[in-house]
Design a protein around this ligand. Sequence first.
Ligand SMILES: OC[C@@H]1[C@@H](O)[C@H](O)[C@@H](O)c2nc(-c3ccccc3)cn21
Length: 602
Amino acid sequence: EHPKYKDPTKPLNVRIKDLLGRMTLEEKIGQMVQIERVNASADVMKNYFIGSVLSGGGSGPSKNASAKDWVDMVNEIQKGALSTRLGIPMIYGIDAVHGHNNVYNATIFPHNVGLGATRDPQLVKNIGSATALEIRATGIPYAFAPCVAVCKDPRWGRCYESYSEDPKIVQEMTEIILGLQGEIPPDSPKGVPYVGGKDKVAGCAKHFVGDGGTTKGINENDTVIDRHSLLSIHMRGYYPSIIKGIATVMASYSSWNGEKMHAHKELLTDFLKNTLNFRGFVISDWQGIDRITSPPHANYTYSIIASVTAGVDMIMLPYNYIEFIEDLTYLVKTNIIPMSRIDDAVKRILRVKFVMGLFENPLADYSLVNEIGKKEHRELAREAVRKSLVLLKNGKSTSTPLLPLPKNAQKILVAGSHANNLGYQCGGWTIEWQGASGNNLTSGTTVLDAIKETVDPKTEVTFEEEPNKASLQSHEFSYGIVVVGEYPYAETNGDSLNLTIPDPGPSTITDVCGAMKCVVIIFSGRPVVIEPYISSMDALVAAWLPGTEGKGITDVLFGDYDFIGKLPQTWFKTVDQLPMNFGDPNYDPLFSLGYGLTTEPI
Ligand SMILES: OC[C@@H]1[C@@H](O)[C@H](O)[C@@H](O)c2nc(-c3ccccc3)cn21
């Protein structure tokens, strides 16, 4: 007989109930397990009934793998899952957080801080749609995005993953969910996940909750604030995400007033599930349950009890699936964890898989492979770059603006560590977890390339990564373009208490600007120390982490488009002012949240 759960014409809850009723405890627990692809052989998938697989940052089938290689890998794993007794498809997740950033030749969009500077939710929705197509091109139906953190302290290594310190901007940018998952139908029941078809992906609002509010921005640390502040600041991205049908929510490594979010029943279950009516599934972060204890994994049985009881539904292990399955099986059989909790977790996971059509289309094909890095997506990314740049200074006096630059100058200097380095231009979470240096990591256009393509052919362009003082004095340059900033980082590696631009950035600024008219472009994931050098500059642009489409920078630098970006983060004078946010008493920034000059179009 054709089982009800396999019949797409049956109502969602009938399919869930029918399938759940057929499942053994082993099959149920398997659905709650997410393992890393490196362990996900077809045999492991089949023998342990694994429900989900992920690529960790930088993890893929091979170096510079093609979309077809990705599709083949994902399908191989899926076939293992489909060969189980009940044939429940696995769901494959990946961090596509600024485009499909693990994949060679994918379009790399500006990181979230730059998108916040655009103040353009419609643009961000379109970015979600383009990104969903590139993710599906590789056979993957699930992305761990968007991060809806509200970054309150730029010392946090993940501040660039946050759209803004302003919760209203974060709220607006959840429009990306409608791009990633598809436009939710108006009659869709509120709180129930919605994913609209084979060119859309399930999303993940993260990291629940308060990841951007930790003390001194220390990653994975403690967010010490009252409940009203938590709900009116850090929770703000979750309300619209749920209304927009977000499929999953990822728990935060951080704590709220000393209590680990991965073990926080009141917020994960009483509030998120029972008050906000979130009907998708809660996924842990990578070894997030291990890190409930210190040292991590010190009491794994407790980690499992605390997290699963609190309301974590799927556990991103990502390696120790035998230990987890054995432990959880024991805890259920001895009634320490009730079967009702397991059933709730599995129902939520099945709901997402049924809603997104994974049972009907578990295997991918090659039909979308040409979406990877396609021209229209790169043009959209270029538009995003244009709109993300924030002009902080233009001329040493208002009467002598330097920008827009003339395209027909006789001789110009391009200088700085970041002027010709695509890896630095993209930042963390690009091809490698921590990002990379150089121009071979993927395909894109550096600032130097863009300048050469933009200026008049007769203009002589000199590039010196680190110009020496002698050469600076000897030439007659019409102006210098200095591109410096932070080197790529992700997560804790990005935590910084001094927020200085690493050497030789500052000396490149002062050397070049001391010898000629100069515009300084900063690549950074957040505001950095710049005050001491400002007086020497003629112009200053905050470019954040723009991604592969460097021509978006020259589009505004040379006046083909206006600067319209506005600061999504307060730009401090000195780090000892931090934390300092818009609205604070004695708010005394170098540049305020929302600041941004414009240039008159030519
Ligand atoms: O890549 C999967 C998730 C990602 O979605 C989360 O936003 C992020 O907090 C995260 N950190 C690790 C991770 C951290 C340390 C070592 C190895 C991996 C893995 N992940």
